[in-house]
Structures are given as structure tokens and as C-alpha cells.
Design a protein around this ligand. Sequence first.
Ligand SMILES: [Cu+2]
Length: 322
Amino acid sequence: MDKRRMKAKVQGMRRWAAAFAAGLTTMMIGASAMAEPLLGQPTDGALGLQPAASPLKHDAHFFHDIILLPIITVISLFVLGLLIWCVVRYNKRANPVPAKFSHNTAIEIVWTLVPVLILMFIAIFSFRLLFAYHDMPKPDLTVKAIGYQWYWGYEYPDQEIGEITSTMMSEADVKAAGLPSALYRLKASEPMVVPVDKVVRVQVTAVDVIHAFALPAFGLKTDAVPGRLNETWFKAEKVGTYYGQCSELCGVDHAFMPIEIKVVTQAEFDAWVAAKKGPPAPAATPVAAPAEGAAPAAAPAAPAATPTAAPAAPTGAAPAKL
Ligand SMILES: [Cu+2]
């Protein structure tokens, strides 16, 4: 009688597990079929990391997908198996008289050593990736990214381009430009422009509080610390537009300081540099000093609005298109 009930229960569990697995598979296939991952921006319903567009990100993919995920999966299944085994084999009914022992030296050595070995194995790949981040090839271009509350400034010291202010494009402007609404809070008024297939050194710093310069497709995430110059690098593999965001909680408008990197051909980059450096030099003045310029204008009307108004001001003041 008991056996029959047990058998029915096991069958029920099996059916439930099969349905769960089938559902999960359909969901995953559906999600991957539905969402062709977009390059350089998040994709609705997508699984996994953003597609890579720089060598470091490819290494991060390898580390996550090939090293970490299988280990995590095996450990999770193993622990789940142990739990099920304990529940089924050692419940009150199946094992009415429990054993009294509480130590087992062999097992304790194993469950200490095995995790240490697993961590050491992970460390090999983890440190290799960490060193790769610090092992920058000879840079072809240097851009200085400066974090402000709440926007970014980009300087090109070698090209003698002074600071370009990059604020968030407003929702109305994103709509007016015919861009997908998903790009709101990712689209900047002025992108950082870099040539394709070139090693770009990014020097990262901040003026007021700690920000973080982060862009998933290139595997970038570097703290922008006032009074300190951090360094990171990437080598964009494809022409296109890539988006990131400040990744250090930096104040009330933290979510409104996107990072947009536009990757173009060398010829287009040269043209852009020429345009930025070109004779209409006075145009650089209002762009370079948005905070000071905006503050007095806004002060008589509504001083309380100044902090939020300041970063928004250059959007209109910066007509320069790539
Ligand atoms: Cu920030």
C-alpha cells in the first residue's frame, strides 16, 4: 500500500520535473529566438552578457560562459541532489531511528579541499583576465573621461580637442530624432567618438564625487575618482554606436548620465577631429563651460532648479553633430 503510494508520488514528481524542464527549454528557446541581441545596448528578454565588441569583453565572455557557468551549474545540481537524497532517504518515515555520530574526518577533509581546489581553478582564469585589463597594448589614441554630477566630459589631449560636454538626450529629443524609446537614458547629446580597430586608452577621473565609466559591450568598468587618474582601454572591433551608463551611485541624477561611444572609420574620425578643431573656435567656449554659463541664467528664475538644469543646458547649446 505504502509502496504504491510512494510510486505514484515519484511518478507525479517525475511528471512535474519533466513539465518544468520542458517549460524552461521553451522559455529559453523562445527568448533567444525572440531577442536577437543588439550590439552595444541591452536587449529586451535577452539572456546572458551583452555581445562583445572588444577583446577584453570576449575574454569576459569566455570566463563567464565556459568557466563559471558550468561550475555553478554542476555545484547547484550536486547540492540539489544531496538535498533530495536527504529528504527522501532520511525523512522520519524512511529512517525512523537516526544515527548518532556527528563527525567524519574523511568527509570533512574532502569538503574543505574540494572547494579550495575549485576556487584555485577559477582564480587561474580570473587573475589572467584581471592582468589583461592592466596589460594595455600600445595605445593609438587617448581620451580623458571626466565624471561630473551628472554628465561626462571627454577630452582628446593628442588631438588638442578641449573638453566636450556629453549630457543625456531628453526623452522628447530621442522621440524627435526617431530613435527607439529604449535609447532614452542611453543616448547622449555628444558621443565619445573613436576610430575602429584602434587601441583607445581611456583616462578616467571625476570632479565632484565618485562616478564609474562603464560600457558593457567593451567590458569597461572603471571608477572615476576625484583627484585620481584611472586608466582602462578597449579596441572596438566594429563600427557602430555603443552605450553604457555611470555605474557608481553618484547622486540624485545618477541614472541620467549615459555614456555613448561612437565607433567610426579612421577617415570619419579624422574628419570629426578636423571639425572639432576647425576655425569656429568660439563655439567651443559655451560648450566648455556649461555649469557656469547655465547657473547665472537660471538663478533669477528658479535657483532651486539649478542643479538639475545645469547638465541639461548643453543639450540645446551643443548643436554639433558628428
Ligand atoms: Cu555618476
